[in-house]
Design a binder for this molecule. Structure first.
Ligand SMILES: C[S@@+](CC[C@H](N)C(=O)[O-])C[C@H]1O[C@@H](n2cnc3c(N)ncnc32)[C@H](O)[C@@H]1O
Length: 282
């Protein structure tokens, strides 16, 4: 597949300027999109209940722009690079425990299940999406589990999962307020849920330079991943992150440093955003 392999030394990468640029572009465009909430106010991607509202109403935020999220989903379907990657990392072992975080109404979980991976747990922050998926797949996916869960504070037991699949979910957190702090929490939870040697598959969009705005997140001090990345697969990349055995260092101290790093990046991001707003206003 010609992947770029790189072992990330903790704290090796530090590219605040590039990160600021990378997040500002998509985020400042996206937060202008809004949808009318139940109380009449305008909601945007920045709102906590954005996804619940969107899945309930089919309104994606730029009125009257309606969408049916039951289609192909975000970034890619299962067949092609994603299926090939899953086949390669499981060596065809269909007993692996897979967790699809932020599954939404996408067809990915049904397709993974139909491919024989029946030890499948799918979660999302949206209760509406989970209820709908559970109902619509009850007959075809009897062994599947569905869970309303926040990726930043998961109820999944530690070291219980072989593979975490994330298609566009970290991307979605990165357009929320305090994107770096959100990412730090989500990645901590993913690492916790994975068995040692387990793999986090991050499928992420191809805007900007993913080396510049995803690798620093994966190199935060509290994380211990070996990272490989596909080339551009047609507007998306797959990061294959293998959980390494934890070193004997102080986990709490590593988390404190990660929180501090994320807070500083969030602060820079805010300041850059205010500066951009000021520029527009002048
Ligand atoms: C860009 S969509 C991707 C959906 C689906 N994975 C796909 O590929 O079509 C992002 C998904 O992340 C979910 N999400 C957003 N914030 C979340 C959180 N804090 N915890 C869990 N899921 C979240 C949303 O409800 C939504 O389903």
């Amino acid at each position: 597949m010609g992947w770029t392999h790189r072992r990330l030394a903790k704290g090796l990468l530090f590219w605040p300027a590039l990160l600021g640029f990378a997040f500002l572009g998509p985020r400042s465009r996206l937060c202008r999109m809004g949808l009318a909430g139940s109380s009449g106010e305008t909601l945007s991607y920045q709102d906590e209940d954005y996804w619940e509202q969107r899945y309930k109403t089919g309104d994606k935020g730029a009125n009257p722009d309606r969408i049916d999220d039951r289609g192909i989903g975000w970034l890619c379907g299962y067949k092609g690079p994603l299926q090939e990657t899953l086949q390669a990392i499981t060596a065809g072992d269909r007993s692996k425990v897979i967790l699809n975080v932020g599954c939404g109404l996408d067809r990915l979980s049904p397709e993974i299940y139909a491919d024989g991976y029946t030890n499948l747990l799918s979660s999302d922050i949206s209760a509406h999406a989970i209820a709908e998926m559970q109902k619509s797949t009850a007959e075809d996916m009897p062994m599947a589990k569905w869970l309303v869960d926040d990726i930043m504070d998961m109820s999944v037991p530690s070291e219980s999962v072989d593979i975490v699949v994330d298609k566009g979910t970290l991307d979605a957190l990165l357009i929320r307020p305090q994107p770096f702090s959100c990412a730090a929490k989500a990645l901590r939870e993913i690492q916790r849920a994975l068995k040692v040697g387990g793999i986090y598959l991050m499928i992420t969009h191809g805007r900007g330079d993913p080396d510049a705005w995803r690798l620093p997140l994966l190199a935060m001090p509290h994380l211990s991943f070996n990272v490989a990345k596909t080339p551009d697969m047609g507007g998306f990349f797959i990061f294959v992150c293998t959980k390494l055995p934890s070193d004997s260092g102080d986990a709490e101290e590593a988390w404190r440093k990660a929180e501090e790093w994320a807070r500083e990046r969030d602060q820079e991001d805010q300041e850059a955003e205010f500066a951009a707003i000021d520029d527009v206003g002048q």
